[in-house]
Design a protein around this ligand. Structure first.
Ligand SMILES: C[S@@+](CC[C@H](N)C(=O)[O-])C[C@H]1O[C@@H](n2cnc3c(N)ncnc32)[C@H](O)[C@@H]1O
Length: 244
């Protein structure tokens, strides 16, 4: 039977606070990592309930790491989890963290949910995620909530929408290259309240036009109508004038 994250959530011996729709997203994103030798990091431990959920779901081969500001989280080291105490909003924390831990497969941010925390976490972890790995920012509904100073131009969700442009700028000569997205992020998935960056450097190349060796039937391009008809030619000329 197919494994479902919701069953692992129900079974967890400590409290976890999630949202119902997230389970379908997790199943969609995580199914290929079950029983694999992965390093999974979650920002936000609180009562530890999600750590036990991930252990049950991914299985014993997974290295599961929790990050929290609250030193009480250290308690879960006794259960086989690695725990780091620190502030996700500080780039120095991330430098130190990745120096100790090395490259990881998945980072899930369920920490403080402020714009800066989410943006700094994303910018500092992307380069440290392996090819075919994932960066997931959860609770992005915070980008629409007053208590997080939103909606605002500097919300996480606006940052993520802008990142879409940087992916498209791999098409030549249409925009400003941003190295971190250009070189590392293959695609970005938007779900309700969750954004997922798929990391794969092999697919982050500049785009180039290509042709196969098939026969050219010299069919006309009808995008402006039939080019042999008088009025179509005029329309085409007008379109080109506008373009120039
Ligand atoms: C929503 S709870 C985590 C819930 C947990 N993942 C679960 O599913 O049960 C958020 C946690 O993030 C921690 N946190 C808040 N701000 C943080 C920060 N700047 N850096 C690291 N952890 C932070 C809090 O201490 C709290 O334990």
């Amino acid at each position: 039977m197919e494994k479902k994250i919701k069953n692992s959530f129900i079974k967890s011996k400590y409290l976890s606070n999630k949202h119902l729709n997230y389970f379908d997203v997790y199943d969609d994103l995580f199914k290929d990592y079950i029983d694999k030798d992965i390093t999974f990091v979650e920002v936000g431990v609180l009562n530890g309930g999600s750590l036990f959920m991930w252990r049950d779901y991914f299985g014993p081969k997974a290295r599961i790491i929790g990050i929290d500001l609250n030193p009480a989280a250290k308690k879960f080291e006794n259960d086989g989890f690695e725990i780091f105490i620190g502030d996700q909003e500080k780039p120095e924390f991330w430098n130190d963290f990745f120096k100790q831990v090395g490259m990881i497969d998945i980072l899930l941010d369920d920490g403080g949910h402020t714009n800066n925390q989410q943006i700094i976490t994303a910018l500092n972890s992307i380069k440290n995620i392996k090819d075919e790995g994932l960066l997931i920012i959860e609770d992005t509904h915070a980008s629409y909530m007053k208590e997080f100073g939103n909606p605002s131009d500097s919300s996480f969700i606006n940052f993520a929408k802008k990142n879409v442009d940087y992916i498209n700028y791999r098409f030549p000569n249409i925009g400003e290259v941003k190295e971190i997205f250009y070189r590392n992020v293959f695609s970005i998935f938007f779900y309700e309240s969750i954004v997922c960056y798929k990391i794969n450097r092999m697919f982050c190349k500049k785009n180039i036009p290509v042709k196969n060796q098939g026969e050219n039937l010299k069919h006309k391009d009808f995008r402006y109508g039939d080019p042999d008809k008088e009025d179509t030619l005029n329309e085409l000329k007008r379109a080109l004038e506008i373009y120039e």
